[in-house]
Design a protein around this ligand. Sequence first.
Ligand code: G3I
Length: 450
Amino acid sequence: MNRARTRGAIALAGAAAIATVVGLASAADAASTLGASAAEKGRYFGTAVAAYKLSDATYSGILDREFNMITPENEMKWDATEPTQGQFSYGSADQIVAHAAAHGQRMRGHALAWHSQQPSWAQNMSGTALRNAMVNHITNVATHYAGKIYAWDVVNEAFADGGNGARRDSNLQRTGNDWIEVAFRTARAADPGAKLCYNDYNTDGQNAKSNAVYAMVQDFKARGVPIDCVGFQSHINSGSPLPSDYQANLQRFANLGVDVQITELDIAGSGTAQANSYASVVKACLAVSRCTGITVWGIRDSDSWRSGDTPLLFDNNGNKKAAYNSTLDALNGSASSPPPVSSPPVSSPPVSSPPPSTGSCTATASINQWQGGFVATVRVTAGSSAINNWTVTMALPSGATVTNSWNVNRSGNSWTNVAYNGQVNAGQYTEWGFQANGTAGTLTPTCAGS
Ligand code: G3I
């Protein structure tokens, strides 16, 4: 009896000890830095970095302790990387990339084509000269950093504010409405391994501007323009409060088949209100499986482009703010949709069994011509039977020279499928394209299927 009671007491004490140990273990499991905690949820937590601040020990100390993704705040922009036409200058950006490589951090590239922060020589350009300069710029910069960039902001802030969902007027926009897709295709050709993002502000909830971006992404996905992600800058203040449909807006973009990322988060304010808003943003991202990560636009309040708003997670001395604690707590919280299994950015159609038989096909070309150059999108449509491979024969007019192509192999006038788009089911189509200098005229492609 006594022995039994003693055994029971030991068992109870053991259970309590186990409970204590389990309690300690789960507390220890909660990550203690933003990057580690985000990583536990299959996501990243990043910050904008200025190269000239890397020698500040407080700044670098927080950077390397807390963040596992870096966006150069200004160093990869057009004015920084090509200050003189054709002369590329990568010093400050390379410094950040080297820092990231040495500390196991990944990079978001920002930004290849933007109406703002253009070098003065580009600001003064228009038409074909500007279009060609943009393509050359993207090709050079994306090639220089190929293999080192997780995601590029290929095009930044191309839509206007206000109620009509129009494109923003700019010298780039005036080269032709297709400048955005040309930018994406050029970036894909230069760095096929980087995810390619469209990035904008005041698109954080459903409104005319985000609806216009949504329509563009939907159109790009339908036509095979390479886009992998949409960045939501999320500069939040009293004029641009956190929308109540923030999560729903992220989700509707994700449903189009792109990743979504919070790319430049800062929230004006202080104390509990600011802390709660940060937690709301984190929870929204964790609830959307294709929300792959969050980047804040600077480290300390004093590092912010609008430091007077005290919008960041660390105070001027590098101390953690309430907003830091709420962000970490939200990251450590349980509500999370698992992130998608990471896949290469070049999208392939779902694997399906080979079509049962082979047949004929037709091809049509649509042209976006501007002064001195064009983009051709070619559609291959299978006839009444499926095809496993296709070859399009198409001559270009004299003087037209191809500068890049996508989703196709080319040998002279012969254009054949790549590995992932040869199989086309009866009546279905696939699209590929190329960009060229010169004048397209009327292209008359013919198709042979097998
Ligand atoms: O480096 C020069 C310095 O030599 C000079 O003395 C000083 C005088 O004004 O200017 C310094 O350059 C400034 C640069 O930031 C570096 O501090 C530029 O004038 C200033 O215009 C530039 O501002 C940047 C701004 O983009 C320009 O549009 C901000 O740092 C940067 O945070 C901000 O970031 C943008 C994103 O790229 C896109 N989304 C909005 C976001 C906030 O505006």
